[in-house]
Write a protein of this length. Structure first.
Length: 207
C-alpha cells in the first residue's frame, strides 16, 4: 500500500513501517549536530566560513543580534562565545596571512590568519582546523599570532604540545618570517604573511 507521510513523502507500507525519507533526513541532521561537541565553546564566525543565518542558529539555538565593533568585542549566547570580527559583526575578519599545508592529509589546503591569536587543532572551533591528523591535539595544539602594534607574526606551542619551526623543536614563542615551516603531528605548513611593510589594515580602516 502506498501512503503519504505528514511531510509529503510517498512510501510503500508493505516495505517500510515508517517513512524512510523522513528517517534519512533525521539521520543527516543527527550527524551534523554530533559534529558540534559540547566542549567546543568558541565559535569563530569568520573562521568557520558560515553566515549569521540558519547555519549559526543550529549551533547557538537563536539568532545573534546587535552590531558590535572592535577586535576584542564578543557576545555570549549560553555557554558559547562568538567572535564577531575586527570591523564588526557583519564584516569578515581582515586576513593578515596564511598557512599553506605542504605535508599531511590536507596537503594543498590554505588557512586564513587574522589579528591576534589563531589557534590550531582538530576541533571545528579552532581558527585553523586539521581534522584528519590524529597526532594533533583537538584543542589549541599551537597558535600563530599577529601583533598589529609590532607588525610581527609569532608561533607558540600551547599546552605543552610539540611544535617544530623549520625542523627545530620550538622551546618558546618564536618570531615568524616568510616561508618558515611549522610542523605539528604529521602536518607541515608554510607561513605566508600578508600584513607587512605598508600593508596595514588599521591604517586603511582609518581612511
Amino acid at each position: 500500500m502506498i501512503k503519504r507521510c505528514n511531510n509529503g513523502h510517498w512510501y510503500d507500507t508493505s516495505v517500510h513501517n515508517a517513512c524512510p525519507h523522513c528517517k534519512r533526513e533525521s539521520e543527516k541532521l543527527g550527524i551534523r549536530l554530533q559534529d558540534i561537541e559540547e566542549d567546543d565553546r568558541t565559535v569563530s564566525v569568520a573562521g568557520a566560513g558560515i553566515s549569521l543565518g540558519d547555519e549559526l542558529d543550529a549551533i547557538i539555538g537563536k539568532k545573534a543580534g546587535g552590531g558590535m565593533k572592535g577586535r576584542e568585542d564578543r557576545s555570549t549566547e549560553g555557554d558559547k562565545t562568538i567572535s564577531y570580527g575586527y570591523f564588526g559583526m557583519a564584516a569578515i575578519q581582515p586576513v593578515t596571512g596564511w598557512l599553506v599545508c605542504v605535508t599531511g592529509s590536507e596537503r594543498g589546503k590554505d588557512y586564513r590568519l587574522h589579528m591576534g591569536k589563531n589557534f590550531v587543532g582538530r576541533s571545528p572551533s579552532m581558527d585553523v582546523t586539521v581534522v584528519d591528523d590524529k597526532k594533533i591535539s583537538r584543542d589549541k595544539h599551537c597558535s600563530v599570532i599577529y601583533d598589529p602594534k609590532g607588525e610581527s607574526f609569532y608561533v607558540c606551542a600551547e599546552g605543552g604540545n610539540l611544535v617544530y619551526l623549520n625542523d627545530k623543536l620550538l622551546a618558546s614563542i618564536e618570531k615568524l618570517e616568510e616561508d618558515d615551516k611549522i610542523t605539528i603531528g604529521e602536518t607541515s605548513f608554510l607561513f605566508i604573511p600578508f600584513c607587512r611593510g605598508k600593508r596595514k589594515w588599521e591604517e586603511e580602516a582609518k581612511e
